[in-house]
Design a protein around this ligand. Structure first.
Ligand code: GAL
Length: 417
């Protein structure tokens, strides 16, 4: 009896030790990858960490673009309970680094030579004050259009290369009785389309307006024209678009209910998840007029300061795993994005992925690579949110014309700085 009790107690004690060990090696990951394609990619990451005996505690916060996730993060940190690792974009990473909330990954970064393989444009958001404070898992870009192949064939078969050709294809799709443009009416989605429309007005213009925040560019004639184009695009969207999630808009294109979607390459993850093949079932093109240019955003994992040594070890192990070249290939093939390292082969990628990698390298070489305003890589959150308000109001017809919207944008951005 006494021996039995002792055995049970020993077993319990061992269980307690094992539990605390496995908990210590867990990472709690806050992210917004909840759509089918995103979850499939997330599983690649989860499984990879599993092979390295890093446990995963999931903290998903639904909502494309991550606004809701960032609100949840703020609440957790304010409550003194920061998650171990957080999916984050651009200026948000720098803001948290400025608050001193992020772990310094420099020792790992130096040992592994991250600075030699991560493009400079990404390092601008992975480093702060000379320290590495985030590990980039991918590079997405926002100036893509995803077209249902059969719908394109029925509309003449030629992928549009200019604004005028785009309008002609959209008109043909309308005449064919489908919704030409699959879209979800959420501010970040409207802004994603607008990234591409503004870039389509010229690289210099995009840079002046969205990177340099030049008031003359924000409020001038070219911006007025960009808004007129956005308002025109609204006329190709169905009446039920308001509040629709982006992946449901992707589904409309996948099943032929809609002709195309203007969305970042995370949309490709949805097509792949549905078993669709690029070139056969769908076509990926750069937004007409933006060939050779790329507006990018990069998902990075920032590690929030932890006092527990085992938790810190798990953070380092996770960062290393994310930066592994083979993992970067496997993950990005599923996610729709491209690797955040320049030394990963394009072999495993489909044609859209190969194009994405080639476009990124070319744009980088030619000074045509710009941070996405819609996805937090052009300006801090306050400015981004100010642009969201005006873009969505314009999309919903709240201004008399593009010129009125441009004037409102210049005013809103000035007030937000
Ligand atoms: C982006 C993010 C992508 C994708 C998308 C839609 O901001 O970079 O990874 O998740 O939102 O949720």
């Amino acid at each position: 009896m006494r021996a039995g009790l002792k055995t049970t107690m020993t077993a319990l004690a061992m269980l307690a030790i094992t539990t605390s060990l496995s908990q210590a090696e867990d990472v709690e990951v806050l992210h917004w990858w909840t759509s089918g394609g995103e979850a499939a990619a997330l599983n690649v990451l989860k499984d990879d960490l599993g092979t390295k005996t890093i446990g995963w505690v999931d903290m998903p916060v639904a909502g494309g673009g991550g606004e809701a996730a960032m609100t949840a993060l703020r609440a957790r940190v304010t409550a003194g309970d920061a998650p171990t690792a957080v999916q984050m974009l651009g200026f948000d990473i720098l803001d948290w680094a400025g608050e001193g909330a992020l772990a310094d990954l420099s020792a790992t970064a130096t040992a592994e030579g991250w600075d030699k393989v991560v493009p400079t444009a990404l390092q601008a958001f992975s480093t702060s004050n000379g320290q590495w404070i985030a590990a980039p898992v991918n590079v997405h870009s926002t100036n893509w259009v995803w077209i249902n192949k059969a719908a394109l064939d029925a509309a003449g078969g030629k992928a549009p290369e200019t604004w005028e050709e785009l309008v002609a294809v959209l008109d043909a799709m309308k005449a064919n009785g489908i919704t030409p443009l699959g879209h979800g009416g959420q501010a970040w989605q409207d802004a994603t389309v607008f990234d591409a429309v503004v870039l389509g007005m010229g690289a210099d213009f995009y840079k002046a307006a969205f990177i340099d925040l030049d008031p003359a560019a924000l409020g001038g004639d070219q911006m007025a024209e960009a808004f007129n184009r956005l308002i025109k695009l609204r006329s190709y969207v169905d009446d039920n678009f308001s509040g629709r999630d982006w992946n449901l808009a992707s589904a409309m294109v996948i099943n032929g209910e809609a002709g195309m979607q203007m969305m970042g390459d995370w949309a490709k993850g949805e097509f792949l998840k549905a078993g669709k093949v690029p070139g056969a079932d769908f076509v990926c093109i750069r937004f007409p007029g933006t060939q050779g240019m790329v507006t990018f955003n990069s998902d990075q994992f920032a590690m929030f300061n932890q006092t527990d040594a085992a938790a810190q070890e798990a953070q380092v192990a996770m960062a290393k795993a994310i930066m592994d070249p083979a993992f970067q290939s496997a993950f990005n093939v599923v996610k729709g994005s491209v690797p955040a390292r320049t030394d990963v082969s394009n072999e495993a990628f489909d044609d859209c992925g190969k194009k994405g990698m080639a476009d990124l390298a070319e744009a980088n070489t030619n000074g045509m690579l710009f941070g996405s305003m819609a996805h937090g890589h052009a300006a801090p959150a306050a400015v981004k949110n100010a642009t969201y308000d005006v873009i969505t109001a314009a999309f919903n017809g709240e201004y008399a014309d593009g010129a009125a919207a441009a004037a409102a944008l210049a005013e809103a951005v000035a007030a937000a700085q």
